[in-house]
Design a protein around this ligand. Structure first.
Ligand code: DPM
Length: 387
């Protein structure tokens, strides 16, 4: 049974002095503050814990294999009710959540674009004017594939570590001429003034869900689902449902060169999707849109009260549906599925399969930095720090 006690939030703690600067903690605070504002009579507590995440930060993201690795301990803490809410960057959440878990709210999206952070020596340059052979740091196959296509004379190299580490490697070293990062993370870190260039969709489309925060909870925890409701942002929610439905139907993961560009107007949702070969030599893009129309009230059937008896879910790629908004969410979902089907019939399956095989071939076997059995559902060895 759920109690009337306020839910608790969970922050990520890597146990170092610099951790207050880290993105996950900042994002958790953003959501905690929003919850506190929406429910001033309740108290929301942040609980920190250590994760395996920092142990594998020196392995390129595309080579880790399982997208949910970073968040595994958090998931277990949620399941075992040490915490009730977990905050994520939506783009790091798989399109199929673990059983019993839902995204209770998707908060308003920050600028979803990717940006260029230049080395202090090249502040005057742009990607187009950097000298031939300049090294661009990114571990994202999505970014590398699109930018290789556009700038064949640049060299792309993996850059490891959290955002602080990456910035230090750029600014204090001579390895990289520039980094590509998500504007959202850069802004949440307070580094807006370091941005040299914003990448538009003709240069580099963004990742599914990029820039949006997802607030996860247990599906059967209806009191928390209700508390999260005011944090949900409608335009962001329909956009990311379409993007995630596209990704899910393409069966892409975080290591797939898949990208999107989404526009929501008052009555229309417009989704552009793209798929690239790892070297950028092949590109497949297509745009589709759907009207975001109110449901036709005359078609409301007597069934409705029965459907509404089960309070929330029918989650769309994990996102809880809301009464009254269900119609928009289903239109958005269909748009993503239809666009994916179009891309698949135009050859996306072959491009993605080849990319997957190439990625797997690069996977370091027996890497000592990878935690054991990353993909099974065992829930031992969890260390929750309740202080
Ligand atoms: C995922 C990717 C990256 C993150 C792959 C991609 C970037 C990895 C890299 C799925 N997660 O984007 O193609 O640059 O080497 C991540 C960041 C944020 C959430 C940092 C970033 C912050 C932005 C947000 C890492 N996850 O992309 O610069 O909230 O969307």
């Amino acid at each position: 049974m759920e109690t009337t006690q306020a839910p608790r939030l969970l922050g990520l703690d890597h146990g170092r002095a610099s951790n207050v600067l880290q993105l996950a903690l900042k994002q958790t605070h953003i959501v905690r503050d929003a919850l506190q504002k929406a429910h001033p009579h309740l108290k929301f507590e942040i609980i920190t814990m250590k994760t395996h995440g920092d142990k594998i930060l020196n392995v390129a993201l595309s080579k880790i294999g399982s997208k949910s690795l970073f968040t595994k301990e958090l998931e277990i803490a949620l399941e075992e009710k040490h915490v009730d809410i977990v905050v994520h960057s939506l783009k790091d959440l798989p399109t199929t959540l673990p059983e019993g878990r839902v995204i209770g709210a998707v908060c308003e999206r920050e600028d979803p674009r990717d940006v260029v952070i230049m080395h202090p020596k090249h502040l005057e340059a742009s990607l187009a004017t950097l000298p031939k052979g300049s090294v661009i740091g990114t571990s994202s196959v999505r970014r590398a594939a699109q930018l290789k296509r556009k700038f064949p004379d640049l060299v792309f190299e993996s850059v490891r570590g959290n955002l602080n580490t990456r910035l230090r490697k750029l600014e204090e070293g001579d390895t990289y001429h520039a980094l590509i990062l998500a504007a959202a993370g850069v802004m949440r870190m307070g580094w807006e003034d370091k941005i040299s260039q914003y990448l538009e969709e003709d240069t580099c489309m963004y990742a599914v869900g990029q820039g949006a925060l997802a607030v996860e909870c247990r599906e059967d925890d209806s009191s928390t689902v209700a508390l999260l409701s005011p944090l949900g942002h409608l335009n962001t929610t329909v956009a990311v449902i379409a993007e995630r439905a596209l990704m899910c139907t393409l069966e892409g993961g975080c290591s797939a060169p898949v990208a999107v560009h989404t526009k929501v107007t008052e009555d229309q949702l417009n989704l552009q999707g793209g798929v690239w070969s790892l070297d950028g030599s092949e590109e497949l893009r297509h745009t589709m849109s759907t009207p975001l129309a109110e449901p036709d009230s005359s078609s409301d059937s007597l069934e409705q009260p029965v459907k509404m008896a089960k309070v929330s879910t029918t989650p769309y790629t994990g996102v809880v549906s809301r009464q009254g908004l269900d119609h928009f969410m289903s239109q958005a979902h269909n748009l993503g599925v239809n666009l994916a089907k179009h891309l698949l019939s135009a050859g996306a399956d072959r491009i993605l399969q080849a990319a997957k095989e190439q990625n797997n071939a690069n996977l370091p076997s027996n890497n000592p930095n990878l935690p054991p059995s990353s993909s099974n559902g065992q829930k031992k060895e969890v260390e929750v720090n309740d202080s």
